[in-house]
Design a protein around this ligand. Structure first.
Ligand code: SF4
Length: 186
């Protein structure tokens, strides 16, 4: 394992890194909560988010739940993180987008930090990748495979359940919006 300056951060220090990256909530991931649910993949197929079949970060490009399970099976520790921000109400589309972009930026920063200590870590993002103006899927390979994080849902994970079982909330009250990602570290 590569270490930065010979020091490998413990969980407490990883939480500090998460907070420094701007993430508002962080907790040790309950690895038993990583259940690869076909009903979650069915929700993806119903395409309510309008991303199914349009990105390398979403099904069906991300493969089966069996493949997700196999990919995750080598890990035994992870961190779940969130960005919660204020919005003016449930119809505040611009505010929701602002919090989402903030979360993506915060999570990017955190992943960069974690990779210095755990280069083989596995990040899972919130929703579809939006790094490029237009995704190359399915005609050409992903432009940034190292910076593209499949969504937690793409792995078949029920985000609210994983958050709750890891000791975090999911909805932090009226006029707030939160986004959730996680990273398996080793
Ligand atoms: S990095 Fe670009 S090409 Fe790759 S999944 Fe994201 S949007 Fe698509």
């Amino acid at each position: 394992m590569i270490t930065a300056g010979g020091h490998v951060p413990d969980m407490t220090e990883m939480m500090i890194l998460a907070k420094e990256a701007g993430l508002t909530h962080a907790a040790a991931l309950d690895m038993d909560a990583l259940e690869f649910r076909e009903d979650v993949r069915a929700m993806c197929r119903s395409d309510r988010c309008n991303n199914y079949g349009k990105s390398w970060s979403c099904p069906p490009a991300t493969g089966s739940t069996g493949r997700a399970k196999e990919r995750i099976s080598g890990y035994h520790r992870g961190i779940i993180v969130q960005t919660c921000g204020d919005i003016s109400g449930s119809f505040d589309i611009e505010g929701t987008k602002r919090v989402m972009l903030m979360h993506k930026k915060n999570f990017d920063t955190f992943v960069r930090q974690v990779r210095m200590f755990f280069p083989d870590c596995l990040p899972m993002g919130a929703g579809a990748c939006s790094r490029c103006r237009s995704c190359t899927y399915p005609d050409r390979p992903c432009r940034h495979p190292d910076r593209m994080y499949p969504s937690m849902e793409a792995y078949g994970l029920l985000v609210s359940d994983v958050a709750a079982r890891s000791g975090l909330g999911y909805n932090y009250g009226e006029n707030t919006m939160s986004f959730t990602s996680c990273i398996l570290i080793d």
